[in-house]
Design a protein around this ligand. Structure first.
Ligand code: NAD
Length: 247
Protein backbone atom coordinates (compact mmCIF):
# COMPACT_ATOMS: atom_id res chain seq x y z
CA UNK A 1 0.00 0.00 0.00
CA UNK A 2 1.17 3.53 -0.61
CA UNK A 3 -1.27 5.89 1.06
CA UNK A 4 -0.25 9.46 1.74
CA UNK A 5 0.70 8.53 5.32
CA UNK A 6 2.26 5.12 4.77
CA UNK A 7 5.32 4.76 6.99
CA UNK A 8 4.50 7.93 8.90
CA UNK A 9 3.79 8.44 12.58
CA UNK A 10 1.26 11.18 13.15
CA UNK A 11 0.02 12.65 16.45
CA UNK A 12 -3.59 13.91 16.37
CA UNK A 13 -5.14 15.78 19.30
CA UNK A 14 -8.88 15.87 19.90
CA UNK A 15 -9.12 12.53 18.12
CA UNK A 16 -12.17 11.45 20.10
CA UNK A 17 -14.68 13.65 18.33
CA UNK A 18 -15.50 15.84 15.39
CA UNK A 19 -12.70 17.21 13.23
CA UNK A 20 -9.89 15.46 15.14
CA UNK A 21 -11.62 12.11 14.90
CA UNK A 22 -12.25 12.47 11.17
CA UNK A 23 -8.63 13.53 10.67
CA UNK A 24 -7.21 10.64 12.70
CA UNK A 25 -9.49 8.24 10.82
CA UNK A 26 -8.40 9.46 7.43
CA UNK A 27 -4.69 9.32 8.31
CA UNK A 28 -5.05 5.74 9.57
CA UNK A 29 -7.03 4.71 6.47
CA UNK A 30 -4.29 6.25 4.31
CA UNK A 31 -1.65 4.04 5.90
CA UNK A 32 -0.43 6.15 8.82
CA UNK A 33 0.47 5.11 12.32
CA UNK A 34 -1.76 7.36 14.42
CA UNK A 35 -1.17 8.42 18.00
CA UNK A 36 -4.70 9.52 18.86
CA UNK A 37 -5.13 11.58 21.98
CA UNK A 38 -8.14 13.09 23.67
CA UNK A 39 -9.21 14.10 27.16
CA UNK A 40 -12.16 11.68 26.89
CA UNK A 41 -11.31 8.01 27.37
CA UNK A 42 -14.80 6.90 26.28
CA UNK A 43 -14.60 8.74 22.98
CA UNK A 44 -11.16 7.28 22.28
CA UNK A 45 -12.40 3.75 22.97
CA UNK A 46 -15.28 4.27 20.56
CA UNK A 47 -12.90 5.64 17.93
CA UNK A 48 -10.48 2.71 18.30
CA UNK A 49 -13.32 0.17 18.13
CA UNK A 50 -14.52 1.67 14.85
CA UNK A 51 -11.04 1.32 13.34
CA UNK A 52 -10.14 -2.24 14.23
CA UNK A 53 -7.12 -3.47 12.29
CA UNK A 54 -5.64 -0.03 11.60
CA UNK A 55 -2.48 1.25 13.26
CA UNK A 56 -3.93 3.42 16.01
CA UNK A 57 -2.55 3.96 19.51
CA UNK A 58 -4.93 5.84 21.78
CA UNK A 59 -3.63 7.88 24.71
CA UNK A 60 -5.98 9.61 27.13
CA UNK A 61 -4.36 12.98 27.58
CA UNK A 62 -5.29 16.54 28.46
CA UNK A 63 -3.22 18.85 26.25
CA UNK A 64 -2.87 21.21 29.21
CA UNK A 65 -1.14 18.59 31.41
CA UNK A 66 2.63 18.19 31.00
CA UNK A 67 2.67 14.64 32.38
CA UNK A 68 0.01 13.61 29.84
CA UNK A 69 2.01 15.10 26.96
CA UNK A 70 5.05 13.12 28.11
CA UNK A 71 2.97 9.94 27.76
CA UNK A 72 2.00 10.94 24.22
CA UNK A 73 5.64 11.49 23.25
CA UNK A 74 6.59 8.12 24.75
CA UNK A 75 3.87 6.39 22.78
CA UNK A 76 4.97 8.08 19.56
CA UNK A 77 8.68 7.23 19.85
CA UNK A 78 11.70 8.90 18.25
CA UNK A 79 10.34 9.21 14.71
CA UNK A 80 7.44 11.68 14.55
CA UNK A 81 6.51 12.78 11.04
CA UNK A 82 3.51 14.99 11.67
CA UNK A 83 1.36 16.64 14.31
CA UNK A 84 -2.23 17.84 13.96
CA UNK A 85 -3.25 20.15 16.81
CA UNK A 86 -7.03 19.85 16.55
CA UNK A 87 -8.33 19.76 20.15
CA UNK A 88 -10.02 22.99 21.10
CA UNK A 89 -12.86 24.45 23.12
CA UNK A 90 -15.25 27.35 22.54
CA UNK A 91 -15.89 30.19 24.93
CA UNK A 92 -19.26 31.44 26.11
CA UNK A 93 -19.43 34.27 23.53
CA UNK A 94 -18.73 36.99 26.11
CA UNK A 95 -17.25 40.32 25.06
CA UNK A 96 -14.21 41.37 27.07
CA UNK A 97 -16.08 43.37 29.75
CA UNK A 98 -17.89 40.17 30.73
CA UNK A 99 -15.17 37.52 30.33
CA UNK A 100 -14.13 35.60 33.47
CA UNK A 101 -10.55 34.63 34.29
CA UNK A 102 -11.70 31.03 34.33
CA UNK A 103 -12.97 31.06 30.72
CA UNK A 104 -10.05 33.14 29.46
CA UNK A 105 -7.40 30.92 31.06
CA UNK A 106 -8.96 27.60 30.11
CA UNK A 107 -9.55 28.63 26.49
CA UNK A 108 -5.96 29.83 26.15
CA UNK A 109 -4.57 26.73 27.88
CA UNK A 110 -6.37 24.33 25.52
CA UNK A 111 -6.35 26.33 22.27
CA UNK A 112 -2.90 27.96 22.44
CA UNK A 113 -0.59 26.67 25.17
CA UNK A 114 -1.36 22.99 24.50
CA UNK A 115 -0.52 23.22 20.78
CA UNK A 116 2.63 25.23 21.60
CA UNK A 117 3.81 22.61 24.11
CA UNK A 118 3.18 19.69 21.77
CA UNK A 119 4.93 21.54 18.94
CA UNK A 120 7.86 22.29 21.25
CA UNK A 121 8.06 18.61 22.18
CA UNK A 122 7.98 17.18 18.64
CA UNK A 123 10.11 19.81 16.88
CA UNK A 124 13.54 18.61 18.07
CA UNK A 125 12.77 15.21 16.55
CA UNK A 126 11.54 16.76 13.30
CA UNK A 127 14.52 19.09 13.08
CA UNK A 128 16.91 16.19 13.64
CA UNK A 129 15.15 14.29 10.83
CA UNK A 130 15.20 17.33 8.56
CA UNK A 131 11.49 16.96 7.83
CA UNK A 132 8.10 17.25 9.47
CA UNK A 133 4.67 18.77 9.13
CA UNK A 134 2.50 20.50 11.72
CA UNK A 135 -1.08 21.64 11.15
CA UNK A 136 -2.84 23.78 13.73
CA UNK A 137 -6.59 24.27 13.74
CA UNK A 138 -7.53 27.91 13.90
CA UNK A 139 -11.05 29.16 13.10
CA UNK A 140 -12.99 31.78 11.29
CA UNK A 141 -12.52 33.52 14.66
CA UNK A 142 -8.78 33.61 13.91
CA UNK A 143 -9.40 35.69 10.81
CA UNK A 144 -11.72 38.38 12.09
CA UNK A 145 -13.62 39.61 15.14
CA UNK A 146 -17.19 38.57 14.55
CA UNK A 147 -17.30 34.79 15.02
CA UNK A 148 -17.11 34.19 18.80
CA UNK A 149 -16.36 35.80 22.17
CA UNK A 150 -13.21 37.66 23.30
CA UNK A 151 -11.37 34.61 24.68
CA UNK A 152 -11.93 32.27 21.75
CA UNK A 153 -11.28 34.97 19.14
CA UNK A 154 -8.04 35.99 20.87
CA UNK A 155 -6.91 32.38 21.23
CA UNK A 156 -7.49 31.64 17.56
CA UNK A 157 -5.63 34.79 16.52
CA UNK A 158 -2.79 33.59 18.78
CA UNK A 159 -2.63 30.18 17.07
CA UNK A 160 -2.45 31.99 13.72
CA UNK A 161 0.53 33.94 15.08
CA UNK A 162 2.21 30.79 16.38
CA UNK A 163 1.70 29.14 12.98
CA UNK A 164 3.21 32.04 11.03
CA UNK A 165 6.14 32.52 13.37
CA UNK A 166 6.96 28.81 13.31
CA UNK A 167 6.66 28.68 9.51
CA UNK A 168 9.11 31.55 9.26
CA UNK A 169 11.54 30.22 11.85
CA UNK A 170 11.76 26.70 10.40
CA UNK A 171 11.47 27.62 6.72
CA UNK A 172 14.97 26.34 5.88
CA UNK A 173 14.72 23.13 7.91
CA UNK A 174 12.29 20.90 6.01
CA UNK A 175 9.62 21.40 8.67
CA UNK A 176 6.37 23.00 7.49
CA UNK A 177 3.80 24.62 9.80
CA UNK A 178 0.35 25.55 8.50
CA UNK A 179 -3.17 26.07 9.83
CA UNK A 180 -6.72 25.38 8.73
CA UNK A 181 -9.41 27.89 9.65
CA UNK A 182 -12.76 26.06 9.71
CA UNK A 183 -16.08 27.83 9.31
CA UNK A 184 -19.11 26.18 10.89
CA UNK A 185 -18.72 22.40 11.20
CA UNK A 186 -21.15 19.85 12.60
CA UNK A 187 -19.37 18.37 15.63
CA UNK A 188 -19.88 18.01 19.39
CA UNK A 189 -18.25 21.34 20.24
CA UNK A 190 -20.24 23.29 22.81
CA UNK A 191 -21.03 26.95 22.35
CA UNK A 192 -22.92 28.69 25.12
CA UNK A 193 -24.28 32.20 24.91
CA UNK A 194 -23.78 33.68 28.37
CA UNK A 195 -24.00 37.25 27.15
CA UNK A 196 -26.87 39.14 25.60
CA UNK A 197 -24.51 41.46 23.79
CA UNK A 198 -22.44 38.51 22.58
CA UNK A 199 -25.51 36.67 21.33
CA UNK A 200 -26.81 39.73 19.56
CA UNK A 201 -23.52 40.58 17.82
CA UNK A 202 -22.29 37.07 16.92
CA UNK A 203 -25.70 36.17 15.48
CA UNK A 204 -25.28 38.85 12.84
CA UNK A 205 -22.10 37.13 11.57
CA UNK A 206 -23.67 33.66 11.78
CA UNK A 207 -26.50 34.85 9.53
CA UNK A 208 -24.20 34.74 6.47
CA UNK A 209 -22.62 31.34 7.19
CA UNK A 210 -22.91 28.79 4.41
CA UNK A 211 -24.33 25.35 5.27
CA UNK A 212 -22.17 23.82 8.03
CA UNK A 213 -19.48 21.44 6.79
CA UNK A 214 -18.96 17.84 7.87
CA UNK A 215 -15.94 16.86 9.93
CA UNK A 216 -14.77 14.72 6.97
CA UNK A 217 -14.64 17.83 4.79
CA UNK A 218 -12.31 19.44 7.33
CA UNK A 219 -10.19 16.28 7.50
CA UNK A 220 -9.66 16.63 3.75
CA UNK A 221 -8.25 20.15 4.21
CA UNK A 222 -6.11 19.20 7.22
CA UNK A 223 -4.59 16.09 5.61
CA UNK A 224 -3.88 18.10 2.46
CA UNK A 225 -1.59 20.43 4.41
CA UNK A 226 -0.28 17.69 6.72
CA UNK A 227 0.74 15.27 3.95
CA UNK A 228 3.35 15.74 1.23
CA UNK A 229 0.55 17.14 -0.96
CA UNK A 230 1.30 20.36 0.93
CA UNK A 231 4.96 20.14 -0.07
CA UNK A 232 5.41 23.81 -1.01
CA UNK A 233 3.00 25.22 1.56
CA UNK A 234 4.36 26.80 4.73
CA UNK A 235 2.74 29.46 6.91
CA UNK A 236 -0.58 29.13 5.09
CA UNK A 237 -3.77 29.88 7.02
CA UNK A 238 -6.26 27.96 4.88
CA UNK A 239 -9.91 28.91 5.33
CA UNK A 240 -12.03 25.76 4.96
CA UNK A 241 -15.43 27.34 5.23
CA UNK A 242 -17.36 27.05 1.99
CA UNK A 243 -16.65 30.70 1.31
CA UNK A 244 -17.74 32.29 4.59
CA UNK A 245 -14.52 34.26 4.91
CA UNK A 246 -15.06 35.67 1.43
CA UNK A 247 -18.23 37.41 2.61
P1 NAD B 1 -15.42 18.55 19.27
O1 NAD B 1 -15.81 19.03 20.61
O2 NAD B 1 -16.37 17.70 18.50
O3 NAD B 1 -14.02 17.78 19.39
C1 NAD B 1 -12.96 18.28 20.15
C2 NAD B 1 -12.29 17.15 20.91
O4 NAD B 1 -11.22 17.70 21.67
C3 NAD B 1 -13.24 16.46 21.90
O5 NAD B 1 -13.23 15.04 21.71
C4 NAD B 1 -12.68 16.85 23.26
O6 NAD B 1 -12.84 15.82 24.23
C5 NAD B 1 -11.22 17.10 22.94
N1 NAD B 1 -10.60 17.98 23.93
C6 NAD B 1 -11.14 19.09 24.51
N2 NAD B 1 -10.29 19.60 25.40
C7 NAD B 1 -9.20 18.81 25.40
C8 NAD B 1 -7.98 18.82 26.11
N3 NAD B 1 -7.73 19.73 27.05
N4 NAD B 1 -7.06 17.85 25.86
C9 NAD B 1 -7.31 16.90 24.93
N5 NAD B 1 -8.45 16.84 24.22
C10 NAD B 1 -9.39 17.78 24.46
O7 NAD B 1 -15.03 19.88 18.48
P2 NAD B 1 -14.58 20.17 16.97
O8 NAD B 1 -15.61 21.09 16.42
O9 NAD B 1 -14.22 18.96 16.23
O10 NAD B 1 -13.30 21.06 17.26
C11 NAD B 1 -12.01 20.78 16.77
C12 NAD B 1 -11.27 22.08 16.51
O11 NAD B 1 -11.92 22.79 15.47
C13 NAD B 1 -11.19 23.05 17.69
O12 NAD B 1 -9.89 23.60 17.76
C14 NAD B 1 -12.21 24.11 17.35
O13 NAD B 1 -11.89 25.36 17.94
C15 NAD B 1 -12.07 24.15 15.85
N6 NAD B 1 -13.21 24.74 15.15
C16 NAD B 1 -14.44 24.15 15.16
C17 NAD B 1 -15.50 24.75 14.49
C18 NAD B 1 -16.89 24.13 14.45
O14 NAD B 1 -17.82 24.78 13.96
N7 NAD B 1 -17.10 22.91 14.94
C19 NAD B 1 -15.31 25.96 13.84
C20 NAD B 1 -14.05 26.56 13.86
C21 NAD B 1 -13.01 25.93 14.52
Amino acid sequence: TDGRFTGKTVIVTGAGSGIGRATASRIAREGGRVIALDISEDRLKEFAAEHDGLDITVVRADVTADEDLAKVLDAAGEKIDALANVAGIMDNMTPVHEVTDEIWNRVFAVNVTGPMKLSRAVLPRMLAAGRGSIVNVASEAGLRGSAAGAAYTSSKHAIVGLTKNSAFMYAETGVRVNAVAPGAVMTNIEARFDSELGQDRVSTAMAVTPTPASADQLAASITFLLSDDGVNLNGVILPSDGGWSAA
